[in-house]
Design a protein around this ligand. Structure first.
Ligand code: FES
Length: 304
């Protein structure tokens, strides 16, 4: 059976060499050292705080890197169309330059997201970044050549840039859809719990002031007892499913929050809202009640 699966995958790879490339990158260890150095440098430059949250997309509730990249890609595709049709050199230069300008925030956001990913994601993301930086460099050189009057050479470099951007885009898709970087890793939680109240555990079985993990059906929960109050969130962090019950409790603007032990996303305990990234999606929160006999019951929080 195992042999059949392997043979099936091999023939699929022969059909689609791009799948082979992306999967090989996930397990290639040769880039690990430079990846570590660059990721540490990015985290050192973009320190936790407002700018980092903005680059992750915390205020918008979604990563901002993907929509920012569409600006550059759109402009560079338009450059190719204008170059092929030779209708307007000045327009081609204008959209090309707009694409280069748009790549600056896209690169900043992408590097910030990438610096807080799993190792396999970072390997694919590293090559994705190199391809996109290559594309930006080729387009910059293309613009300089055009401005110096070497139109044909400028066009040739722009087409090479489009190829590099295409490779970068493909790897970005693999990163997002196959490896789920940037996706909400807690989205399925509320679908796994039927409506209504569910018995969780006895209040007396919970330590006071220290988060613990409890399981309810298929769902892992973060549970914090504070005296007679109980706070319950999904335990798997919405960023990359880190165990929140192992996180540190903190206070932000007078609100109790939990900091994910993996990459530092910070969630408000009262409703699971994201206070700091890299997570951009809120943590599913649950309503709780304690019965007279001390049994804790939970249900998914109702939308306000
Ligand atoms: S898993 Fe990355 S911050 Fe929680």
């Amino acid at each position: 059976m195992k042999e059949t699966v392997k043979t099936g995958r091999r023939s699929l790879r022969r059909m689609w060499p791009t799948i082979d490339l992306a999967e090989r990158l996930e397990s290639t260890t040769t880039m690990d050292r430079p990846i570590q150095i660059v990721a540490r440098a990015v985290r050192g430059i973009v320190r936790p705080g407002r700018v980092r949250d903005l680059l992750h997309g915390v205020p918008t509730g979604n990563p901002v890197h993907p929509p920012l990249t569409t600006v550059s890609l759109g402009c560079w595709l338009a450059t190719a169309v204008l170059d092929l049709s030779s209708v307007d050199r000045r327009a081609a230069r204008t959209v090309l330059a707009t694409g280069i300008a748009g790549s600056v925030p896209a690169i900043a956001a992408g590097l910030t997201d990438w610096s807080s990913l799993h190792r396999e994601q970072q390997r694919v993301g590293f090559v994705h970044a190199i391809a996109n930086l290559g594309a930006t460099s080729l387009y910059t050189a293309s613009l300089l050549l055009r401005l110096s009057g070497r139109e044909q050479a400028g066009r040739a470099l722009a087409f090479a840039g489009l190829g590099a951007a295409g490779l970068g885009g493909y790897l970005g898709g693999h990163l997002s859809y196959r490896l789920a970087a940037g996706a909400n890793h807690a989205e399925s939680v509320t679908h796994l719990m039927p409506l209504g109240w569910h018995n969780l555990c006895d209040l007396k079985d919970l330590p006071d002031g220290r988060p613990v993990a409890r399981r309810l059906g298929y769902i892992d929960l973060f549970v914090l007892r504070t005296g007679e109050d109980v706070t319950v969130l999904a335990d798997g962090c919405s960023h990359l499913a880190g165990p929140l019950h192992q996180g540190r409790l903190t206070s932000e603007d007078g609100q109790v929050c939990v900091v994910c032990p993996w990459h530092g996303s910070t969630f408000r305990l009262s409703d699971g809202a994201v206070v700091h990234g890299p997570a951009t999606a809120p943590q599913p929160a649950f309503q709780t009640r304690v019965r007279r006999d001390g049994l804790i019951q939970v249900r998914p929080a109702q939308p306000a």
